[in-house]
Each structure stands twice: as structure tokens, then as C-alpha cells.
Design a protein around this ligand. Sequence first.
Ligand code: CA
Length: 399
Amino acid sequence: MNFSTDTIPFGIFSFGESKKCLATAVDDKVIDLSFLANEGLFDDLDIPRPVFSKPYLNDFIALGKQKTNAVRDLLRKLLKNPTPDIMGAYFYYRQVDLHLPVKTGDYTDFYSSEQHAYNVGVMFRDPDNALLPNWKHMPVGYHGRASSIFVSGTPFHRPKGQIKPADADAPVFSPTRRLDFELEMAAVIGRSNPLGSPILVNEAEDYVFGFQLFNDWSARDIQAWEYVPLGPFLAKNFFSSVSPWVIPIEALEPFRVKAPKQDPQVLPYLRATDPTQFDVNLEVTLTTAAGTEKVISRSNFKHLYWTVPQQIAHHTITGCNLQVGDLLASGTISGREPDSFGSLLELTWGGKNPILLEDGTERRFLEDGDTLSIRGWAEKGGLRVDFGEVKNTVLGAKL
Ligand code: CA
């Protein structure tokens, strides 16, 4: 990891047997914010010191942007020229454990990349009508499972379930044979709206605290058999993973780019005055158990048809109440070029075009012992904002 002082991410760490508490990171160091709080550094901001000693970021995020941005501004100045009295807050990465930063109440997964929706539509349904009629009128999504979201570094077992092989008349029970990743970003909600009060599209960014890298691990054979008519269920509930650092949305301000034009025009509640996306590079690396490594996809956060404010406006238009810590994942982010697709399903086109690795083996889907890493960074001029990575290893199915 190599976070500049332009990033100032927020996360949760522990050192040895110490309790979890809030941290930020600069260069190759993790900085203990509870130490800085107990030194009185944030007292002028009128924030209770114990907020920095919690096992999750939620109470800190709930302070609101005015306060969290004041902490961020203070840290940017302080960490550019650290004084000797704060050196007790500095740790090397190898000394610490990083933990799940946000306690997620509700998790929603959207489906906002046109190329991804098109590719899946072609493979799972009908090439002539790959996008369903609603797709360009609303950011389609589903309510996911929050309890199985874990932090980068956590291994997980290959899930088992019902699959129906193409040549079989009836389903069989089996470990998934088509384990896949999905390259996504997740927005962390920083402010709640009361039940019955939709969030306006032009105000929606005020409700976003920041972003994480997100991997929506998927079992394609379980998915193909179960998804009609209510969508993903067990194909997605066994494990999801996030990067350990939350990057505040303010850090991405220099990386705004115009959102793609939407045609047909969307309904008024989804129409923003000046819709933008963020230019964040995303890269996926596959590493085998033997150590063979290959970058299998390069994509970008800006490749989404629907914007995060549109997702929030749509999510709440019924009056649904978002809460601090809710996670809204983008959906798989696939670009137009085949090497920018955000899942193996697309990269190997349903397993038809395997990826050749340097050791002579090939991959259609993930094998036991494979490690999948998603990295993200934004760069412009001399400015760099890093996202770190979300990296997890697949273990064999439990007996
Ligand atoms: Ca997904």
C-alpha cells in the first residue's frame, strides 16, 4: 500500500492483543487515530475521544461530513509534517491487523454497467434482447446479504448447492464448478434519510461517506439454476469481500468525469443537473496456489451507465430509509473491450475461451488455492489517490 496525504483513508486496525480502533494510512505506515485523539488533537473539533476507539467506523461516519472532513483536513496537514510527539501513533503494515471497517446493516447490489448487463443477457438469456426493457429506465438492483461481507485477506470455502448440468434432467448437489469474482466498487452511506423521505438525485452525494473496492463472489452454476424469477440468492450469499480502507468521496473530487449520455431520457427523479462519474483505474490479478500471476482485467469505475446519485435516488424513491453504514455496490464494472470485463464469466465467455496462464494451465473459473486481487487507484498530474486492494484466497469445499 502507498497512500499519499491526498488520500487519507479511514479503516480499523489492531496491534497484537490491543483492541480494534480507528486508523488512517500514509505511505507504508498505519496511523492510530485513537492515540492522536487521546493526545487531544481532535478536541477543538468537539468530537468525543471514544469515537476513535470503536471497532467500526460507523460512529465516526455518523458525526457528519462537516466533522469528518475537518478531521481529514487536520490529518492532511499533520501527516505531511509530523511532529515528534505523534510518532507513537505510527505502525508498519506488518505489525498490524486490518479489520472490516464498517458494520453494514443493509447491502444492496446494483447492475449498473451496460456492457456487463449486455454480456450476461447474451449468455444467460437471449442475444437478440440482451438488455431487458427496464434496464435503461432504472438502475436495477437487488437486496443482498450483509452478514457474509468480510474484509480483504479472509479466506473462504468453495460453496456447495444445487446445480443443474446442461445434460442432466434433474439438479444435483455439488460444490460449485463455476466459482467467479465480480469487480465492483461499493459506496458507504454516511447519512440516513427518514422513512418516507426520498433522497433527491442532486443531493445524493451528501449521503455518501466514501468508497471501497468490492468483490461480489458468485457461483455461476448455482445462479443459472436458481435465478428465475426472483434473481440471485444462494449464488451470492456465501461470501463478499471489501478492501480495508474507505476512501472519502472528497478525495475523488479531482477525478470527476462527465457521465455517459443516457438515451432514452430518464424519468425526472433520476435526472441530475450535472451527472458525473469518477475516473478510478481498476485492475484484477489472479494468482495460482503455485504462485503464477496474471493481470486478467483492467477496467475503470467511470464505465458505469448509472451514477451513484441515481442509484441512491432510485433506492429511496419509495421512501426506503438508508442508514449510516449501508453498502451500495455498483454491480460488475465491465468496459467495452474484452480485456476490461469484470468477471470470469465474461472474460472466458461462459468458459468457452479459457485464460492461458504462464505455467501452461488455464482458467475458465476459479480453482481451489487461487487468489484474486482487485486493486484501484486514481491518478492525474502529480496527484494519486489509492484504494489499496481486496484480495482473498479460495479454499476447497468443506467436507
Ligand atoms: Ca454483483
